[in-house]
Design a protein around this ligand. Structure first.
Ligand SMILES: [Zn+2]
Length: 372
């Protein structure tokens, strides 16, 4: 490995060329990476594949999107949430990424699809995504639905008080505040069976469930690069939660989807939507499985007597949740409980107040619920 030029980001607000290798190769290697990733400055991670970090107005304060250079023009994977700050970054680099030949969206969450509609108009570019993600985005954008209010009965059923639910829902941002309008005539669907040619590489779509219903990751045909979206993340685990109208056993779906990642070569570079790129997709997938296994055990042990999801949050997270985390956290608790019930480790019932309570099955052991 050659000497690394520090600090490359000091070269100014420009595209930073390939500095790949020596990226930290071992899982858990915390040495400083050779390239400092700054918001708004594209950095080349592999030949013609640039990571662009965009700001997010959430506790998780950034997303990585990927710009891939073609012979003429660029292809973008994911877009950032619709904020003035993100739009300004796109405007600043617009002349460098024109023509934008195509926008690919991994899934419907606002940080990924948010600016797709605006970018499609700005660059006159088509948008590709899976049919399932487009359907959910459409449901969430439907002006005749109130997807925030739809959470109310689910949260009450799982033990959150009326007052707390009302207060939390009142402060929840609406989907269409974070997602620009995406014209249907701009959208084409990704065929999961068909490799996608982008520039010099062919990419194989990998469809995953659990985090989102029809989530797209892209593996290049050599197996060297994986644009992972949110399916496998370094240092944080993807949110696997139950939402109204969605998959009611998303953890089971997620474990099934991880199989494909567990089989990837040790030197596949994960290009994730959050945090730092990382070698070792399969090793990271195993860590995520072990994490859920541990959380499932903790929940099962906490269910000696009838208990609801809200009461089980400390057992799952080991700390109180902030208001902004409650929706995701409660959804995640329900996902773990539904998984254990589906495996026959827990039973559930409604108590006198209509709240769903869970208890260990008399003859169950946690090992029948373990994914590993
Ligand atoms: Zn997501």
């Amino acid at each position: 490995m050659g000497a690394v030029q520090p600090p490359v980001a000091a070269q100014g607000r420009s595209f930073i060329p390939a500095q790949f290798w020596p990226w930290p190769r071992a899982l858990g290697d915390t040495r400083d990476s050779p390239v400092r990733i700054e918001v708004g400055v594209p950095v080349e991670m592999a030949e013609d594949v640039f990571l662009l970090r965009l700001p997010l107005p959430f506790a998780l304060n950034h997303i990585n999107v990927y710009l891939i250079r073609e012979d003429e023009g660029w292809v973008l994977v994911d877009c950032g949430v619709d904020t003035a700050e993100s739009r300004a970054i796109w405007e600043r680099i617009a002349s460098r990424i024109s023509p934008l030949n195509r926008i690919i969206v991994t899934h419907h969450h606002p940080d990924h699809i948010g600016l797709a509609g605006w970018l499609a108009e700005r660059f006159d570019a088509p948008v590709s995504m899976t049919a399932g993600e487009y359907a959910v985005a459409g449901r969430y954008s439907d002006p005749d639905r109130d997807i925030i209010a739809e959470r109310f009965p689910l949260w009450l059923e799982h033990g959150l008080s009326k007052e707390r639910s009302t207060a939390l829902l009142a402060h929840m941002p609406r989907y269409d505040e974070q997602v620009s309008h995406l014209s249907a005539d701009r959208v084409g669907f990704i065929d999961p069976q068909q490799p996608v040619r982008i520039g010099q590489r062919l990419w194989q779509p990998i469809i995953g469930q659990g985090h989102a219903p029809d989530h797209l990751s892209l593996l290049d045909e050599s197996g060297a690069l994986l644009i992972g979206g949110d399916q496998v993340l370094p240092t944080i685990t993807p949110n696997i939660a139950v939402w109204p109208g969605g998959d009611q056993n998303p953890l089971e779906s997620y474990f099934r989807s991880l199989d494909r990642f567990l089989g990837m070569p040790a030197d596949t570079l994960l290009l994730p939507s959050h945090r730092q790129p990382l070698y070792g997709v399969a090793a990271r997938a195993r860590q995520i499985l072990a994490h859920h296994d541990d959380r499932l055990r903790a929940l099962w042990e906490a269910c000696a007597d009838w208990t609801n999801a809200c009461e089980l949050l400390p057992a799952l997270f080991g700390r109180p949740l902030r208001d902004a985390e409650m929706g995701f956290g409660l959804g995640e608790a329900i996902a773990h409980l539904n998984y254990l019930e589906g495996r026959g480790c827990l039973v559930s019932d409604l108590d006198g107040n209509g709240v769903r309570v869970f208890r260990r099955c008399a003859i169950s052991t946690i090992d029948q619920g373990s994914p590993s």
